[in-house]
Design a protein around this ligand. Structure first.
Ligand SMILES: [Zn+2]
Length: 465
């Protein structure tokens, strides 16, 4: 009888799009058996009543390393990821120095390899002379910010000019890798800010700023240009922060026409409540400001395959930095929040509430990102031969989220005081248990760099409805 390295026994396994009562056998970092039979292992985790999902693949994490390691680094982010069931993340280029060349990409790869306990890759700003070299070195893809201002929206890696965007898209298209864009329209943003100040002078400045930041037309105008440029160049455009009705309409249409354009939702825009905004202030910004109908539109797009991915946009800043938004000039202070640890619990709660099926959550948080990154089916699925990247969840487990025991270096959560039903209780990364009973036990530096297996994956995972 085969002896596996690790056996998970007695749980319900999410495989082939459904939950199956089975045992899992893991050998040499891979899933080796999914079976109703009793399996023998060097170690067996008996987990009756628990549910086993593919590990979360987060394609939008700001790890802050190098340059801003007082906020986060690959060691602390790796722990936070392990705590939250994330077994692979891809981080962003707005660090110091910005990841915008082969050299800075290789530097970061080394840092992450020494510190991260979850698997990783990086998005790089597409400096034209570097695009092909970075792609050949195994990068996950490219990222452009259209939003520009103070850190974290570093003007050195911001592009709004259509000609430059066009040239960059054309260069990235040749690599077959995705090009992520944070859509924005800076002049409209500034105009809307003035309008909100005039219309509601009693609003705090950061509230006017938040209201301007989410204005429909900012996304409608920028996304329509981006989609046109993507159609022209054939680049695999991936839109981040999708929360506007206009953007979703444009996206739905482009997908129907068969273009390889994908998008992701960012939890902070639509999951935070008005009550939380009042209680926690800028820590949840711009959450709590989106109109109810727009929140519904985002949910519908996520549930029907128009939005492909639910990423974390894990964006840690110290509490003091974020709170400066409320006391000083909101244009000069950063906003964003740590998400890696708690977002799975928050969305499992939504599954329990009937807002989303478990199947759809697995798709948007694990399978689809793995496909877009070209790492499927090594990642993003529980099947024989795949990496044994798993998160064991207790669908009925309840807790109140707090900042008390948070692994992220900044030590706070935007979900302070939120009651959740559905909690990750163990995380397995390539066959190694790196979190058990809420305690992170993995070793920093045990994560590996994961290059795309292929550069032109089939990303159309669902026909949009
Ligand atoms: Zn981001």
């Amino acid at each position: 009888m085969t002896n596996y390295d690790l056996v998970l026994e007695g749980a319900r396994i999410f495989t082939g799009g459904e939950l199956v009562e089975a045992n899992l056998g893991i050998s040499e970092e891979k899933i080796a058996a999914i079976s109703k039979d009793t399996l023998s292992g060097s170690r067996t985790l008996r987990i009756p009543g628990k549910t086993v999902l593919p590990g979360i693949v987060d394609m939008h994490a700001h790890i802050r390393d190098p340059g801003y390691t007082y906020k986060e680094d690959f060691e602390t982010a790796g722990r936070a990821a392990a705590a939250g069931g994330v077994t692979m993340f891809v981080d962003m280029p707005n660090v110091e120095p910005p990841t915008a060349s082969l050299e800075t990409f290789e530097q970061k790869k080394k840092i992450a390899g020494a510190k991260s306990m979850v698997d990783f890759n990086h998005f790089v700003f597409p400096t034209l002379s570097e695009v092909q070299k970075v792609a050949d070195a195994g990068a996950a893809g490219f990222k452009i910010f259209m939003v520009r201002g103070a850190y974290p929206h570093d003007p050195r890696i911001a592009v709004e000019d259509h000609g430059t965007l066009y040239r960059m898209f054309a260069a990235v298209q040749k690599t077959g890798l995705p090009c992520l864009v944070h859509p924005s329209n800076m002049s409209l943003f500034e105009e809307f800010y003035k309008e909100h100040r005039e219309a509601e002078p009693n609003d705090k400045e950061y509230i006017s700023f938040g209201k301007a930041y989410i204005e429909e037309l900012i996304y409608g105008t920028s996304v329509s240009v981006l989609v046109m440029l993507a159609k022209k160049t054939g680049v695999r455009l991936h839109l981040v922060h999708t929360h506007s009705t206009m953007a979703i309409e444009i996206l739905r249409k482009a997908k129907k026409e068969g273009y390889d354009i994908t998008a992701q939702a960012d939890p902070k825009y639509f999951i935070t409540t008005e009550e939380e905004l009042h209680r926690l202030g800028a820590l949840v910004l711009p959450g709590g400001l989106l109109a109810k109908e727009r929140v519904e539109t985002v949910w519908k797009a996520l549930n029907t395959g128009v939005i492909d991915v639910l990423a974390t946009d894990h964006a840690p800043h110290t509490k003091e930095e974020v709170n400066r938004i409320m006391d000083e000039d909101p244009w000069k202070a950063p906003f964003g929040c740590p998400q890696l640890e708690h977002y799975l619990s928050v969305f499992l709660t939504e599954v329990n509430n009937g807002r989303m099926s478990l199947d759809q959550l697995v798709k948007v948080a694990s399978t689809n990102p793995a496909k877009i990154l070209g790492v499927f089916p090594r990642k993003g699925a529980i099947q024989v031969g795949a990496d044994a990247d798993l998160v064991v969840v207790d669908m009925k487990g309840q807790k109140v989220l707090t900042s008390e025991k948070v692994y992220s270096k900044v030590g706070w959560t935007p979900y302070e005081g939120r009651k959740v039903t559905g909690v990750p209780v163990a995380t397995v990364r390539r066959g190694e248990v790196i979190m058990e009973n809420g305690e992170v036990i993995g070793k920093p530096g045990s994560g590996v760099f994961v290059p795309p297996l292929n550069r032109k994956p089939a990303v159309r995972s669902q026909e949009p409805q």
